[in-house]
Ligand binder design. Structure first.
Ligand SMILES: [Zn+2]
Length: 149
């Protein structure tokens, strides 16, 4: 597979910058909209937007914590662009296809590795659920059990 063209990387970098800017203004709006957090936000203005946003996220503001997560992913992607590792899948060392990066500019893995990664964490969750299913009453496992004396 040929290397991502400089022009493509530049385009993706622009998408990331634009996305980060809109996330930042979303977070700022959220801070302003939450008058109940006004005092807290007022106290931390010296720390800057990011610290106030962290505080809101700690307080359980789901919108803000989701925005912050994405913002961090963007910062990571921008770091990878600087380092020259952007668009390389750390699991298989292959390049992530451009179409995927356009759809998910913060994607860390290529599609096959990402789905393998998600499956393996999904399986771990299922493993926990399997233990719970051993508590199923035997009458449910054997439908005739209820009719026996
Ligand atoms: Zn991969």
């Amino acid at each position: 597979m040929k290397e991502l063209a400089r022009k493509q990387i530049k385009h993706l970098a622009e998408i990331l910058v634009a996305r980060a800017a809109s996330l930042q203004s979303e977070i700022r709006a959220e801070i302003e909209a939450n008058s109940s957090y006004g005092d807290i936000a007022g106290n931390v203005t010296d720390l800057g937007d990011e610290a106030s946003a962290d505080l809101l996220a700690d307080l359980g503001n789901a919108n803000v914590s989701r925005d912050i997560q994405e913002l961090r992913a963007i910062t990571e992607a921008q770091r990878r662009i600087k380092e020259g590792t952007y668009g390389l899948c750390p699991d298989c060392n292959k390049e992530i296809v451009y179409e995927r990066l356009i759809a998910y500019p913060t994607a860390q893995r290529c599609e096959p590795c990402q789905s393998r990664f998600e499956k393996s964490s999904h399986n771990q969750q299922n493993g926990r659920q399997c233990k719970a299913s051993t508590l199923t009453p035997s009458s449910l496992l054997d439908p005739t059990a209820a009719f026996r004396e």
